[in-house]
Design a protein around this ligand. Structure first.
Ligand code: COA
Length: 161
């Protein structure tokens, strides 16, 4: 598996993978207002918006297995998504570690928001040494503004290289 920066040619694959994985992680765990704001358009528009700060994990045939979107300004992991067929093989962990390496030296800590019901993602973050700092509210962007989403905020301290 290699991790490389995303390219514009990846966008259709990224938007589809992100949408499917997002639904897996959020359906039944977030309010209808957020679900309504997360149609296919949202993922197409935001995949394009973030393509310059997205990294992808690829398999032996060059196929995209997962993506991670980084908020370089403040050390946020904005999104992590792995294709359903590639889960449980360390792809998510590899992407998370690559994010930590990219942030190291530029931020004292990395952070992310996860909805309380996304138990699998929370287990993975804890397995990789991220710490749950407790409940918080995340302002999730929509086409018309933001929706307040109850989340848990996880952080990881980043020692200098
Ligand atoms: C959460 C998510 C990113 C995890 O990705 P992943 O590639 O499956 O993650 P990993 O394989 O690194 O680790 C997940 C599991 O595999 C196990 N694992 C890790 N490395 C492994 C390996 N080499 N072989 C077998 N299993 C392994 C982990 O222990 C963990 O097990 P668990 O879920 O039973 O606790 C993925 O499930 C996903 O995309 N979910 C939907 C979207 C989502 O929820 N994103 C996060 C939003 S905050």
């Amino acid at each position: 598996m290699i991790v490389r920066p995303a390219e514009p040619a990846d966008l259709p694959t990224l938007a589809q993978l992100w949408r499917t994985a997002w639904l897996d992680g959020h359906e039944g765990h977030v309010a209808a207002e957020l679900m309504d704001a997360r149609g296919p358009d949202h993922f197409a528009v935001h995949a394009e918006k973030y393509v310059g700060s997205t990294f992808v994990a690829t398999g032996s045939e060059g196929q995209i297995l997962g993506l991670i979107i980084l908020g370089d300004d403040d050390g946020e992991v904005i999104q992590l998504a792995v294709d359903g067929s590639a889960r449980g093989q360390g792809v998510g962990g590899t992407l998370l570690r690559s994010a930590e390496e990219r942030f190291r030296g530029r931020h004292r800590e990395a952070w992310l928001a996860v909805v309380p019901g996304n138990a699998r993602a929370r287990r993975m973050y804890e397995f990789h040494g991220w710490r749950d700092t407790g409940p918080a509210t995340y302002q999730a962007p929509t086409a018309t503004g933001t929706v307040d989403v109850p989340v848990h905020r996880y952080i990881k301290a980043l020692a200098p290289c």
